[in-house]
Ligand binder design. Structure first.
Ligand code: DX5
Ligand code: ZN
Length: 233
């Protein structure tokens, strides 16, 4: 299991201190949300922030590109120190070339799917990705409520992983707290992004511990109840 605090919920005025909190929290990854004001109705930050963060932590930098033209950003983010770049399946016919380009930069490649997008769209790429990001809110803003309708997609992702004997991670992002992390873990998620649920807690390390425990408990439940996807495709 991997826990990834999302920097979007940090206090940007104290970025070094915030990155330090995450680095000492026990979380394995740091999630960085890149928004271009076009693919999503918000702006966040660019490669320079990744470059500034890189020397401050040993965490794996998980960069989520919510951008209409990721083509122009892949190399700058890889050079800035990203360990993984995730692009959205909603970009359609460009996805293949984007994933190929990410891998050719020597880093891991992720594919994200928004809540309204049907799961069959990610099916052709499963053999070529390191991670499938099932969005559990409509991307663009932190602090939104978890969309429960996304849970069958996690089950479908886990089912395909097993059927096809693939090792891609199943990441969830949006409205993740102790309760929703548990629900996603029961469905088959193994990687948990959380902004508000971790950065906005006074003690991030204890919040990470609580989330880890909730996910571990779900592992036991999952062994008893195999996933049954309903309307997931
Ligand atoms: C949403 C972003 C998320 C965001 C999650 O567009 O992709 O990574 O930071 O924030 P919370 O955990 O507050 O919903
Ligand atoms: Zn994200």
């Amino acid at each position: 299991m991997i826990i990834a605090p999302s920097l979007l919920a940090a206090n940007f005025a104290r970025l070094d201190r915030e990155v330090g909190r995450a680095a000492r929290s026990g979380a394995e990854w740091l999630h960085l949300d890149i928004m271009d004001g076009h693919f999503v109705p918000n702006l966040s930050f660019g490669p320079d922030i990744v470059r500034a963060v890189r020397p401050l932590t040993r965490q794996f930098l998980d960069v989520h590109l919510m951008c209409s033209r990721p083509e122009i950003l892949l190399e700058p983010f890889a050079k800035a120190g990203a360990d993984q770049l995730t692009v959205h399946v909603e970009l359609g016919t460009r996805v293949d070339a984007l994933l190929w380009k990410i891998r050719s930069l020597g880093i891991k490649a992720g594919l994200a799917i928004n809540p309204p997008t049907p799961m069959h769209t990610v099916r052709p790429y499963l053999k070529t990705i390191d991670l499938l990001l099932v969005m559990t809110v409509n991307p663009g803003f932190g602090g939104q409520s978890f969309i429960h309708e996304a849970v069958p997609k996690i089950q479908q992702a886990a089912l395909w992983q097993e059927e096809l004997q693939l090792a891609y991670r199943i990441e969830v992002d949006g409205g993740i707290n102790v309760e929703t992390a548990h629900e996603c873990a029961v469905a088959g998620a193994d990687t948990f992004v959380s902004g508000t649920g971790l950065f906005r807690q006074p003690h991030m390390a204890s919040a990470v511990r609580r989330m880890r425990r909730a996910v571990e408990n779900a592992g036991q439940r999952r062994a008893l109840t195999p996933p049954v996807p309903i309307g997931a495709t």
